[in-house]
Design a protein around this ligand. Structure first.
Ligand code: ATP
Length: 256
């Protein structure tokens, strides 16, 4: 029985002037899956993420989340719909504690400029209490208890990445978009990240779309993998099927 599609991308194309960043891409990210999205530099992965966040518009096709088109929605409605994301570059407040940084995620209603918006939100005592409890739970889940009251700026890079994950989870996403979470991590941190990703899927029930260059990680944790190159879909299937696909192999060896 095929898993139901949480996210369905139908024939999506994005052009920037003469550059075709995405050229008729279709795939599904099923509920309960880690879906890996791979491809060499410039393949279109970040462009696709930016479409999912409604930061970019697409010229053909559509993207549906739970059967609902994202097209009419402005970026600030996306988080509320149940799509959370992390960014390639960390965006934590260095002088704020880990707990404070995570709590901000509960105020996320937008994927662009949400941090500054969040800080201007009125203080609501009741919500604040609930947010504190939930943030503490997520801090425990990501094994950040020991550093919960330290300023985020004092922490090693790998720990800061976990804070960013906790913050993204504060928004209660059904689907979490992870943009190169392994970038800059050492071997042990990548192993730990793999366990965290699987635990987010299995224990929290959050589906994941993972853009990642670290092949060991993406092949190790993904239930299915979609490979892009030059804006087109090269292959889709189990990690093993995609790894063995001749077009994928040649794309990574520099062929087309
Ligand atoms: P990487 O792995 O290096 O992050 P990627 O797979 O994420 O690459 P994209 O960043 O989506 O690839 O880029 C796809 C293509 O679209 C590239 O040719 C890129 O130069 C182009 N592109 C992306 N965003 C823009 C933009 N805002 N304006 C013009 N061209 C863009």
């Amino acid at each position: 029985e095929p898993a139901s599609a949480l996210l369905a991308v139908h024939d999506v194309s994005v052009r920037f002037g003469n550059i075709v960043a995405l050229d008729g891409i279709s795939f599904e990210a099923p509920a309960g899956y880690v879906t890996g999205l791979i491809g060499p530099n410039g393949a279109g992965k970040t462009t696709l993420f930016n479409c999912l966040s409604r930061l970019y518009a697409w010229q053909t096709g559509d993207i549906e989340f739970n059967g609902r088109s994202l097209l009419p929605l402005p970026p600030h409605r996306i988080a509320g719909l149940g799509i959370g994301r992390t960014f390639q570059n960390l965006a934590l407040f260095d002088s704020m504690t880990v707990l404070e940084n995570v709590k901000i995620g509960g105020h996320c209603t937008s994927t662009s400029g949400f941090l500054s918006n969040a800080l201007r939100l009125p203080y609501v005592r009741r919500e604040e209490l609930d947010a504190g409890r939930k943030a503490s739970e997520l801090i425990g889940f990501l094994e950040l208890d020991a550093v919960a009251h330290l300023p985020a700026g004092q922490l090693p890079f790998g720990t800061r990445k976990r804070v960013e994950l906790a913050r993204a989870l504060m928004g209660d996403p059904q689907l979490l978009l992870l943009d190169e979470p392994a970038a800059g991590l050492n071997h042990e941190e990548v192993d730990a990240l793999g366990r965290i990703i699987l635990s987010i899927r299995t224990d929290l029930g959050v589906s994941i779309l993972l853009v990642e260059h670290h092949m060991g990680l993406v092949m190790g944790v993904s239930d299915k993998v979609v490979a892009l190159n030059f804006g087109r879909k090269l292959a889709e299937g189990t990690p093993k099927e995609v790894q063995q696909h001749p077009d994928v192999i040649s794309a990574y060896l520099g062929g087309r």
